[in-house]
Design a protein around this ligand. Sequence first.
Ligand code: SAH
Length: 212
Amino acid sequence: MRNITGSREAIAASPYVVPEAIQAQCPDKWHEIFGNDRPLHIEIGMGKGKFIHTMAKEHPNINYVGIEKYSSVLLRAIQKMEAEELPNLKFLRMEAENITNVFGAGEVERIYLNFSDPWPKDRHAKRRLPSREFLARYDVILKEGGRLEFKTDNRGLFDFAVEELEPAGWKAEAVTYDLHSDEKMMRGNVMTEYEERFSAMGNPICKYVISR
Ligand code: SAH
């Protein structure tokens, strides 16, 4: 995506974004950051933030953190907050590889991955957000009994993600290869930007819910 002039500056000045300079102080401090003891749910690779903003609005008793690596994209999520401010949503501009530096052990109750980049080349498998390498990082920050939910229309990426579960020590609680026709798994479903785009093109959406 093109770089939007001044997006880094706008992010640095935004009250909704935890400044990069204090990210290292965040582990085990999210209850203080939000000023309450509510459960913490995060989305990794949130893009423009439609999903997490809607979730935060629908679930005021949950604290949400949206993570995005690109300033130009994060800026769109900030603009949604400026249009409709929510007290239970914060953002982090960071590379997900460093996720264990910002959340303490067992601090997160739920992780959402939505339409993660496929990294189709075999040698880039480690960069895929549902890879065993990333599952090992989520294992650290996810509370006992916590779960991870992943949606994508990319069947190759989804098949890979399902195959990673057993070697990584995770188990599927629910799996569908056509979410929008699955009445049970559709309950409470909030569409992401990519989900709207790809399902409108006729692509079925795959989803799993996993735990350890
Ligand atoms: N979740 C949104 C956006 C999907 S596109 C939706 O479903 O509509 C994937 C997004 O994840 C992009 O904005 C990309 O910049 C971000 N992303 C991909 N890999 C990342 C990583 N390693 N760390 C942080 N963000 C990442």
